[in-house]
Design a protein around this ligand. Sequence first.
Ligand code: PMP
Length: 350
Amino acid sequence: MAAWENNVRKIDPYVPGEQPSYADMVKLNTNENPYPPAPGVTKALKELDTDALRRYPKPDAHELTAALAESCGVGFNNVFVGVGSDDVLGTAFLTFFKGRLPVLFPDVTYSFYPVWAALYDIPYETPALDENFRIVKEDYYKLNGGIVIANPNAPTTIAEPVSFIEDIVMHNQDSVVIVDEAYVDFGGETALELTKKYENLLVVRTFSKSRSMAGMRIGFAVGSEKLISYMMAVRNSYNSYTMTTPSILCGTESLKDEAYFRKTVDRIIATRENAIPRFRKMGFKVLNSSANFLFVTHENVPAKEIFMKLRERHIFVRYFEKPRIDNYLRITVGTDEEMEKLFDALKEML
Ligand code: PMP
């Protein structure tokens, strides 16, 4: 190892799902939305005034922040926007977790949380989900340096009611509680209202799933003015211009079309509910999902084998070689046609 390498910050990074580009593929591995963004987004991009790109964007992403504040029923200073919710969550970890007590999040949850903790030298503990993959809230009633809960949880798809979240926040007034609601629009209950009652609660959301805009990279957080101003100070200490002019424009357009948003989300929920009994008939155990994906395990055939065989057919699902979940597959809900192709392949294989 060269001497300079002693000073390198070394980290095992988060590994995102693969992004292959076969013409014939069925891509159900990264929880993307199978439908296009709202028509207004397409129109805005087509009509984008490229001359505007000469200028820096507004550092507070003004139009987008204002539109989000209105749609969430909170003030402008209660909203933080970032480059996908990964950017928002990473900033929140850096901002709020600097004590010696461990930050708590479940053993089975979004696998980026331990990576941010490692990156920023944040101690953490991972209380185990119970045997049904449910969060045991009492595990979070102890001294800690912060709490992170994905609700609905990923990859388990299970949502807890907002009263459950409030119990956790109520027992934790001395540390910041982050609720990651990346998938809430597909059937979860939001904790947004609780941010008005608890100044230490941060709710994080994304445009990547329910708004079909993973490629545009827009995420946001809602919390007390105090929480948001601490995050802004940290963000402005490494990059003041996180949101591009096109992302501000397109994000704002997306929020204008509530009817389209509901229509696509409802379609995904309908496809999901149709798929569940079909999986069960084929010998899969399926957890009840409040997300745009399913978490399944087969009674006889190992998940890894199914994953590999589907992959050969250019059908991509997600497999995690991790304790407790290495016999499960996480399958994004696609269009009805995509699900049909998946079921045809499974029928042949099993
Ligand atoms: N939270 C959870 C639970 C997720 O599954 C994801 C998607 N990988 C994210 C946050 C981040 O999504 P994005 O950065 O696209 O908003």
